[in-house]
Each structure stands twice: as C-alpha cells, then as structure tokens.
Design a protein around this ligand. Structure first.
Ligand code: CA
Ligand code: CA
Ligand code: CA
Length: 305
C-alpha cells in the first residue's frame, strides 16, 4: 500500500521527534519498535496503518487511515475515490455510456423533450345503464422521463415524472336517458405519485453494453392525472366544468433507448389497461354522478434530452 509519496517521511519523523521533545513518555527508542511508533506514545498517531510511520497527512496513500490521503476507496469497489466515476456506489467496471465522466450508476438520464400520441378510450357511466365510450387521441406536448442505467445489465429504472397533453376538444358522449357528457379535457397532465424509479426494466446484456437498452417495464406506474372535464345532462345547456383527479396507473411499456440516452421511445400496447378513473357530479338541471375513466394506452412517445 505504499506509493511514491512516502519520500515525505523525513518531515513527519521530524514532527514525531518534536512531539517527543515535548515530553510525555520518554526518549525515542525506548520500548518502541520498528519506526518508533507505539500506541499511547503521545504523538497522537495510530498504529496499524501499514505505512510504517503512522503520520497523519503524510500522503502515504493508505486508505482509511484518516490522514487525508486521496487513495481512499469509499465504496470499496476496488477503484480509489480520485479515479472512481461514482464514489459512493460500487461500480468496479466504471461503465460510462455517454462518456461524460459520471458513471452509469450515478448518472440519471433526463429526457425533457417528450412527444408523441397515445390512443385511449374515455368511458362515462351515469348508472342505470347509461354509459358511453369514445376514442380519444392523447397528444403529448411536454414531460420528463428519467432513466437510470445499471452496470450489471440486469435492470434499468424508469421514472415517468410527468406528461403534459394537448387539450382534448369537445367530444359528445351520449348517455341513455338523453344526458350527455361532453368530453372536453383541458390542462390535462399525468404526474408520478410513486417513489422515484418505481418501474424497473429487465433487459439484455448485449444492447446494454453497447449503451442501449430494450425491454419491458415490469410493474404499473402509479400516477395522478388532473384536468378539467366538461359535462351536461341537457343538450341545450352549457356544459358544467368538473375538476378531475384521476388516480390510476401507467401501464406496462416497452422501452428502446439508444446512443447512451441520446434518444429513445416508450411504447404502450395495452388496450384494456385502466389508466385513470374518477367520479364527478353535475348538478343542473338535476344531480347526476358520472363515473369516468380513461382506458387503454396504444401508441408511443419519442424521448430526447
Ligand atoms: Ca471506489
Ligand atoms: Ca464506485
Ligand atoms: Ca455518464
């Protein structure tokens, strides 16, 4: 565990001599061994650091001896801190797909340029057999997706932080007793309400080593969708706006990320998945509860940093 810096030893021995000169355990060389270091000899140093001199701050490169030397391996992955591209997380292979000096296991890829369309169905059910379903195309206008690559080619983590959608213009949804729900969703967004990186993705060794990943997410992603939906029970009346808080999950998706996070796609193909659901009430001309849900996600998003 020596390194070329041991040449400073004469300076530190001089300090040790000075310490002894201040006097507490007698002259050097009495009862001490090796380089004259002994526990309790009053010089404030510690035995057992393996450098033979025990001096703090001596640049001896010994890890963990507390002397401030840089050759410490905090995460014990075999790479000293001053060379480790992720100091606190063991990553012995030091993979860094985008070559930015930050190892994969420390380097969250953030995609904020998100676009694409997803097809879904809006279902409204007013009870007593009154229900309707209309197709809706969700156009993504903004969002943030974070991806954490791993170094053992087993799992990549995805966090769909947020997705923003274009307003959905009026679409009439007739219920069976003359009431209508005008599915007109404004300010619609989907936000993650789970922990960071709640979806992990098994993927193959080959593409991972090339700086790309491809695979399926292995768990639904908890989300909260918000927006304003308009509804009316009278075809002649102005629709009433209803604030929506649609709790649900984002379904299983397939991801293809290439070029070390330079771009990628997320694709859904699950027409039966319930994305989000809520109940809202319209009050005029009579009160009526309408169960509303978005079902199915089929389509893909393009991701770019
Ligand atoms: Ca290390
Ligand atoms: Ca490390
Ligand atoms: Ca990196």
């Amino acid at each position: 565990m020596k390194n070329p810096l041991f040449h400073v030893a004469p300076l530190t021995l001089a300090i040790a001599t000075l310490s002894l000169a201040c006097g507490d355990d007698g002259p050097a060389g009495t009862g001490e061994t090796g380089d004259a270091e002994t526990m309790g000899d009053g010089d404030g140093e510690t035995m057992g650091d393996g450098d033979g001199d025990g001096d703090p701050g001596d640049g001896d490169g010994d890890p963990g001896d507390g002397d401030g030397d840089t050759h410490i391996d905090t995460d014990m992955d075999g790479v000293f801190d001053d060379a480790d591209n992720c100091v606190a997380v063991p990553n012995p292979n030091q993979l860094d797909f985008d070559d930015n000096g930050i190892g994969n296991v420390c380097d969250v890829q953030v995609f904020t340029n998100v676009s694409g369309t997803i097809n879904t169905n809006a279902n409204a059910d007013a009870g007593a057999g009154g229900s309707c379903s209309i197709p809706i195309q969700l156009t993504v206008t903004s969002g943030e997706v974070q991806i954490q690559l791993d170094d053992d080619a087993a799992v990549a983590a995805f966090d769909v932080v947020s997705l923003g959608f274009e307003d959905i213009l009026d679409q009439e949804c007739s219920l069976n007793f003359g009431a209508k729900a005008y599915v007109s969703i404004k300010d619609f967004s989907i936000d993650n309400v789970g922990d960071a990186f709640p979806v992990s993705m098994p993927h193959g060794q080959g593409p991972h080593d090339a700086g790309s990943i491809a695979g399926d997410s292995d768990a639904p992603h908890p989300i909260l969708a918000t927006g304003t939906l308009e509804a009316s029970t009278d075809p002649e009346a102005e629709p009433e706006p209803s604030d929506l808080n649609l709790e649900g999950t984002l379904g299983i998706f397939t991801a293809n990320i290439t070029g070390a996070g330079a771009m990628g796609t997320l694709a859904w193909a699950t027409p039966d998945h319930v994305v989000a659901m809520d109940t809202f009430m319209i009050t005029e001309p009579f009160p009526l509860d309408i169960n509303f849900e978005l079902v199915g996600l089929v389509g893909s998003l393009v991701l770019a940093p």
